[in-house]
Ligand binder design. Structure first.
Ligand code: AHR
Length: 495
């Protein structure tokens, strides 16, 4: 009999955690073709009268995107929101990405687009060159019915009712010397505290996050100074750094980094606890992607602007991206009591799940992983332990099999995510519910691709596509194809 290399133990008597669907969030930055030529393309035959690409809207509705963060990212650290409101928009120079922004896509357009795709808007404010006043004025503009100057500016711009933006963040990566308006830890803590006070004086109901790190010095100082005002700390992760050189790592190399997202979550949890906010302040992993964005910063400007087109090479986004992304989402689900939001960076083009071109869209492999998680999981995460004896070649620390178990509230039905990270070999796995192994045939959805390097493109849009399969557990053992993500549905009675 085949020897299983992994065993998933589900203990139904242990507490379950209801996770937030905000884990399936997205991020939209004013960078390259994410906004202009991405979600927003006035004049395109595929756009509506407001300029929103309707094929993109439809695809994102299928993902049931719960929230979108905007407008950056580094872009926001010198962005002044007043340039993007009202009838007379004038271009401004984007000092982050060194291009002109027409400002035709501003706050009202972003909120309208979010409502169209059924997502909550989440605004990241300018903690670089911006001020506490400017941030709180933005909350006035969005959320006050009609009191004060900025609500009246919104009304004069054709929006009588508040935009009701419930999620806000102070700053973006202001810890980094690459960021405009970078600050020291103590300075950042005070700045966030004063900005938070002003924003919450305008609207005390907003959920407020701030730029943070899985780092004791930075985040402890932030929480000591401003923790009382915050709902989450924001952290970011990109694990294949391609900012300067666009040489995407191969499948095996990407898998060696598979455990790093969970390590960042755990470290951040420890810092939150050290600051005394365990259970009160959560984590928003509000920029994540296996692949760092390519935007070389050289003296060869503006030639290096054209290098950004390399982000659109669809061959980059293979089963490595799909399997890594499944592992990332599994990590967030395992930490569902602290990770309250996660936003893939970004939502379209660059490294996103959707590639948008003038004649249509391509659903990259990661799109299908997001679709599976958004549509096939139960509402609660069960207490499950994955015992995997086999590790991937290389560093030898990454288990071949990863799994997470969700269930419906009634616990009658389990939606089990089984990931085989191995590039070449199938993996045998046992699943046991309260010690009783699952057996027989069960309906499942499986994303595998014909190779670890398989990808979708304009000329092969469905080479990687989730298949409806019947998963057979023989003597309690099921075989998972190489480089695959499977979600299987098991009724409790079948265990
Ligand atoms: O590479 C894109 C940048 O990555 C985002 O603008 C920023 O938030 C992060 O450093």
């Amino acid at each position: 009999m085949t020897e299983a290399i992994a065993r998933v133990h589900i203990d139904t008597h242990r507490p379950r955690t209801r996770y937030s669907r905000m884990l399936f969030g997205q991020f939209l930055e004013h960078f390259h073709r994410q906004v202009y030529g991405g979600v927003f393309e006035p004049g395109s035959p595929l756009a509506d009268e407001k300029g929103f690409r309707l094929d993109v809207v439809e695809a994102l509705r299928e993902l049931r995107v719960p929230v979108v963060r905007w407008p950056g990212g580094c872009f926001v650290s010198a962005y002044h929101w007043t340039h993007g409101v009202g009838p007379n928009r004038r271009p401004s120079y984007d000092k982050a990405w060194r291009v002109e922004d027409p400002n035709t896509f501003g706050t009202a357009e972003f909120v309208a687009w979010c409502r169209l795709i059924g997502a909550e808007p989440y605004i990241c404010t300018n903690g670089g060159t911006g001020t506490s006043q400017e941030m709180s004025d933005w909350v006035e503009y969005c959320n006050l019915p009609d009191a004060g100057r900025w609500a009246k500016v919104r009304q004069a711009g054709g929006h009588p009712d508040p935009h009701n933006v419930g999620y806000w963040s102070i700053g973006n990566e202001n810890y980094g010397d690459w960021e405009m308006g970078a600050k020291g830890a103590a300075e950042w803590g005070r700045f966030v505290a004063e900005s938070a006070k002003m924003m919450k004086r305008v609207d005390p109901t907003i959920k407020l996050f701030a730029a943070a790190l899985p780092d004791l010095d930075w985040t402890l100082a932030l929480l000591r100074a401003a923790g009382q005002h915050l709902d989450c700390v924001s952290i970011h992760g990109y694990w294949d750094g391609l900012w300067q050189n666009n040489q995407p790592s191969d499948y095996a190399t990407c898998m060696t980094r598979a455990l790093q997202p969970e390590a960042a979550i755990t470290m951040t949890e420890h810092v939150i606890a050290a600051a005394g906010y365990e259970g009160r302040i959560g984590i928003a992993f509000d920029e994540w992607n296996l692949r760092g964005w390519h935007h070389p910063l050289t003296a060869d400007w503006p030639a290096d602007i054209a290098a950004r087109d390399k982000n659109d090479l669809n061959a980059t986004y293979t089963m490595a991206d799909a399997v890594f992304s499944a592992g990332f989402l599994n990590s967030c689900l395992r930490h569902a009591s602290t990770v309250r939001m996660a936003n893939m960076a970004p939502v379209v083009n660059t490294r996103g799940p959707l590639y948008v071109h003038p004649r249509g869209i391509v659903m990259r492999a990661t799109y299908h992983v997001l679709w599976m998680y958004a549509n096939l999981l139960g509402e609660e995460v069960c207490d499950a332990y994955v015992d995997c004896a086999a590790h991937l070649p290389g560093e030898g620390t990454v288990p071949v099999v990863d799994a997470v178990v969700t269930c419906d509230v009634g616990q009658g039905r389990y939606h089990i995510v089984l990931v085989n990270r191995h590039p070449d070999h199938a993996a045998e796995c046992v699943v046991a519910i309260d010690g009783v192994t699952v057996d027989g045939a069960h309906a499942a959805t499986q994303l595998a691709g014909d190779s670890p390097d398989a990808y979708n493109d304009v000329d092969q849009p469905n080479r990687v596509f989730p298949a409806a399969v019947e998963l057979n557990f023989h003597d309690g053992i099921v075989e998972l194809p190489a480089h695959s993500v499977t979600i299987v549905e098991v009724l409790r009675s079948s265990a």
